[in-house]
Design a protein around this ligand. Structure first.
Ligand SMILES: CC(C)(COP(=O)(O)OP(=O)(O)OC[C@H]1O[C@@H](n2cnc3c(N)ncnc32)[C@H](O)[C@@H]1OP(=O)(O)O)[C@@H](O)C(=O)NCCC(=O)NCCS
Length: 168
């Protein structure tokens, strides 16, 4: 019997070398760079599995946004220091498994994980960098907002994350 499981941290025992989401940079990241990034601590990569095969993944890293480049709503009430954020840097589902709700499940898991990180260290917003307008449309649909300084950068204030998790 075949089974879906995860998301769990990517390990070398997972079957991910043939991953194909249709966007080469996202395939290359997973197949060539993800484990090294994870080993050096610059990112964490969480994968959804079908048996041992990786069917989708997202990566998380901490980051910051300069106060002067932050959307007004993000900067409101803060001192003029860089604003701490959690970045979902990459997000993809294998073509064979797209359109079945796996992306939504991964996104929701990333949001829940951001709440858990925010309980241990200051995180003001959850952010993503969309690769293109298609990806941006998806993030807007998931409740994220556009950064006026860069229309492909999307954010969600941590104070709004719980509400979004409950509706998506
Ligand atoms: C984007 C991606 C991760 C979505 O994964 P998925 O498993 O196909 O998505 P789901 O089946 O969970 O769909 C989630 C929701 O988003 C919607 N959606 C999916 N792709 C969308 C798009 N390009 N634009 C707008 N909405 C989209 C779905 O209709 C669904 O909404 P619904 O539940 O209200 O019907 C996947 O299509 C993918 O890997 N694409 C190529 C890589 C990519 O562009 N990644 C984004 C990186 S920035």
């Amino acid at each position: 019997m075949t089974e879906f499981s995860g998301p769990v941290l990517l390990t070398k025992s997972h079957d991910f070398l043939d991953f194909d989401c249709g966007k080469e940079p996202l395939n290359t990241f997973l197949t060539r760079h993800a484990l090294a990034n994870q080993a050096n601590g610059s990112a964490r990569i969480f994968v959804g599995l079908h048996n041992n095969r990786v069917v989708g993944y997202y990566s998380l890293a901490v980051g910051s946004v300069l106060f002067d480049e932050a959307p007004e709503r993000m900067a409101k009430g803060l001192a003029k220091h860089p604003i701490p954020i959690l970045l979902m840097a990459r997000f993809a589902v294998d073509k064979e498994f797209q359109g079945r709700g796996i992306g939504k499940g991964l996104f929701k898991d990333a949001l829940k994980r951001s709440l858990s990180v925010a309980r241990e260290a200051g995180v003001w917003a959850f952010m993503t960098h969309a690769k293109d307008d298609d990806a941006k449309a998806l993030y807007l649909r998931m409740g994220m907002q556009e950064c006026p300084s860069n229309p492909l950068h999307l954010y969600l204030l941590m104070k709004d994350v719980e509400r979004v998790v409950s509706v998506i």
